[in-house]
Design a binder for this molecule. Structure first.
Ligand SMILES: NC(=O)C1=CN([C@@H]2O[C@H](COP(=O)(O)OP(=O)(O)OC[C@H]3O[C@@H](n4cnc5c(N)ncnc54)[C@H](OP(=O)(O)O)[C@@H]3O)[C@@H](O)[C@H]2O)C=CC1
Ligand SMILES: O=C(O)[C@@H]1CCC=N1
Length: 274
């Protein structure tokens, strides 16, 4: 974990393959953090207006000839990777760090594409990266040096926090927990709002109360070092309303969440076999 104190421009030339939701969020963070547009090449078939504006500032958007980057960030869908990534094969072999954020796609598949001596780091960020509040986990292959890991760490910490994993075996669990996790929280908002409506509240009011409750609780969990269980107990008066609600939720949620994260992790394992 850590802050954003490192000089991001020191990572050198960055090539981004795929500038959609995840790639775009990371690129925005890198540029905001001090990476110069002139350091960046982007390959993206349908560039947004925002990306076009960055090209006007010096970013190379879909250049005819690619320059060898220091880091190539692979941010296309796993299903597109076999088609898109081989376009970077000329940069395999050692001079370029390949940093993949794709769910499911194993490091071995990139080693087969780029050659065994290619430094490859596999990372799993999440979409709060768009506001600098992401959490990423990463791990590298044998060719990835400490310097390569430090480079990945700088790029990932530019959009939030980052943790280094013990090994790739943890990556599907990470994907199921924190990669997909924001969607679970957004669905929690939807479910809370629907439950408020079922108690007679107007839809707009129910959604405002649900959304702000999740935002406020998330911010409190982020700032107060107390364990989540203590934060929960602080809301729960003995014999009160929260205790009555939690008696229902705590009977169902742990197993439901265990199955949810397991299903997402299993899908990651399936993608690895596709
Ligand atoms: N979204 C998330 O929460 C997270 C996603 N990821 C990973 O990030 C990766 C991207 O996901 P996400 O950003 O959601 O997906 P998006 O579809 O939003 O972004 C992928 C981008 O790649 C573009 N693309 C398609 N083909 C090519 C190509 N041949 N060369 C270059 N770019 C291409 C797509 O263009 P077009 O749309 O025109 O096809 C699109 O803009 C995935 O591997 C995913 O597993 C990881 C963590 C979280
Ligand atoms: O749904 C997905 O496959 C990607 C990976 C993690 C979050 N979104």
């Amino acid at each position: 974990m850590g802050g954003n104190e490192a000089d991001i421009s020191a990572v050198g030339r960055v090539l981004l393959l795929g500038c959609g939701r995840m790639g775009g969020a990371m690129l925005a963070g890198w540029l905001a953090g001090g990476l110069r547009p002139g350091q960046v090449q982007v390959i993206e078939p349908h560039p947004s207006d925002w990306l076009g504006a960055r090209a006007a500032e010096g970013l190379a958007l879909n250049p005819g000839a690619l320059e060898q980057p220091d880091v190539a960030v692979l941010a296309v869908k796993p299903q597109m990777m076999a088609e898109a990534a081989p376009g970077l094969a000329a940069f395999g072999g050692g001079g370029t760090l390949m940093l993949s954020v794709a769910a499911g796609t194993p490091i071995a598949r990139f080693e087969a594409m780029f050659g065994p001596g290619t430094p490859i780091i596999r990372a799993m960020p999440n979409t709060p990266a768009a506001i600098g509040r992401g959490i990423s986990a990463y791990t590298g292959n044998a060719a990835a040096t400490e310097t390569h890991h430090a480079t990945a760490d700088i790029l990932l910490r530019a959009v939030g926090k980052a943790v280094r994993l013990e090994g790739e075996h943890q990556m599907d669990a990470v994907t199921g927990l924190s990669g997909s996790g924001p969607a679970y929280v957004f669905h929690l908002i939807e479910a809370m709002a629907a439950a408020g409506e079922a108690q007679g509240l107007a839809p707009d009011l129910a959604m405002t109360l649900a959304r702000e409750t999740v935002c406020g609780a998330g911010a409190l969990a982020g700032q107060d070092p107390a364990p989540a269980a203590v934060l929960r107990e602080n809301v729960t008066s003995p014999g009160g309303t929260t205790a009555a609600g939690l008696a229902v939720l705590m009977e169902e949620l742990p197993d439901l969440m265990r199955r949810t994260v397991a299903a997402a992790a299993d899908r990651g394992r399936e993608l690895a076999r596709d």
